[in-house]
Design a protein around this ligand. Structure first.
Ligand code: MRU
Length: 355
């Protein structure tokens, strides 16, 4: 089973609790809209496309309980608010809402469930194509004298952030499967360590050579010529090409620009939000201080522990995302190919969408 979200033989929606990775792979059932909302909010599921898909199923489950217009709107707003930055969540909820609008209440839950399944299938297909486009682009990068392609990624935009394949990791998996020698520098990605915990786990699972680095090591590696390209995922692309991704992405983009390293942002077109004019208008999720003050991990005997790393009483801020200005992005990499991170590039890729 490589999909991160699936329906079991009893018809129950199931996923993996990502808060337990890399120490335990535990499957969980999502049986109610409340369980879907909590899984998104508490990050049992995470990554823009995956939370969109779970939100879509959450709306379908809400319609099983009450298929009225009022209940549809209530569930829509609750699920949409669970994580505000990734536009894929609202996009997927709108897709389900539009599918059931106009249908008789008795048919709504089944239609919504079906649409959520299509969202998942489309995500897998999109990401496979992103992998093809991205692999072609990365393969063509100049690598004077080196036979290994060294890529750096931040956070987790792999299969665990999507239904399958990932976005930023899709080209890496493609290259690896094609026999290209690739090596990934994996930013640990404080505060929740999605790089160290999740990206490293899934790269290891697929046998892709990688090295985990502290978040602040990337600049030096780029300066030393040890990074051929940076490739990251994204939670929202604004109409002018600015991109929001996990906090710390912007600093990698600055270092990449200063060192002449290409900086690619991989995302499906559903991550582009033409209604958000620029990065300043993207809502940035502020998460709990505890994510910064405490670190979760395993002790040497294998038991799990959560330890405080900040003095009691020190004030803490925890913005979960940052904005990378379009001018620092070499290209956006979508299922329709690479395009400029600019108003014109974004418009062109949106127009390439089948209607
Ligand atoms: O807070 P998270 O773990 O949901 O953040 C995930 C990211 O920032 C990913 O890079 C992004 O969602 C792209 S997922 C393909």
């Amino acid at each position: 089973m490589s999909r991160t979200l699936w329906i079991d033989t009893e018809g129950t929606l199931r996923t993996i609790d990502q808060t337990l990775l890399p120490f335990e792979r535990r499957e969980v059932a999502l049986r109610t809209p409340g369980e879907c909302e909590l899984a998104i909010r508490e990050m049992l599921v995470r990554g823009a496309p995956l939370i969109g898909a779970v939100g879509a199923y959450g709306l379908a489950l809400a319609l099983r309980e009450d298929a009225s217009d009022a209940a549809l709107w209530r569930a829509f707003e609750r699920l949409a608010a669970a994580r505000p930055t990734a536009v894929n969540l609202r996009w997927a909820l709108e897709r389900v809402r539009d599918r059931v609008a106009g249908a008789a209440p008795a048919q709504r839950a089944a239609l919504a469930w079906d649409e959520a399944g299509r969202i998942c299938d489309d995500d897998v297909a999109c990401n496979a194509v992103i992998g093809e486009h991205g692999a072609r682009l990365l393969r063509a990068l100049p690598r004077p004298g080196a036979d290994v392609l060294n890529l750096l990624t931040h956070c987790n935009a792999g299969r665990l952030a999507t239904i399958d394949h990932g976005t930023a990791l899709a080209p890496i998996y493609r290259l690896h499967a094609d026999g290209v020698r690739v090596h990934v520098w994996v930013d640990e990605t404080r505060p929740r360590n999605q790089g160290a915990a999740i990206t490293a786990w899934e790269l290891a699972e697929r046998g892709v050579p990688h090295t985990v680095i502290a978040d602040n090591a990337g600049g030096l590696l780029m300066m030393q010529g040890r990074v051929d390209a940076v490739i990251v995922g994204c939670d929202r692309v604004a109409a002018n090409g600015d991109v929001a991704n996990k906090v710390g992405t912007y600093l990698k983009a600055l270092a990449a620009r200063d060192n002449g390293v290409p900086f690619y942002v991989a995302c499906p077109v559903s991550t582009i939000d033409p209604l958000t004019p620029d990065g300043a208008a993207i809502p940035i999720e502020e998460r709990a201080a505890r994510e910064v003050t405490h670190l979760a991990g395993a002790l040497d005997d294998g038991s799990r522990a959560c330890v405080r790393v900040v003095p009691e009483g020190s004030p803490v801020a925890n913005p979960a995302f940052d904005v990378t200005p379009a001018r620092l992005v070499t290209a956006l990499l979508t299922e329709h190919g690479a395009c400029d991170a600019s108003a014109a590039g974004v418009r062109a890729v949106l127009e390439a969408r089948p209607s």
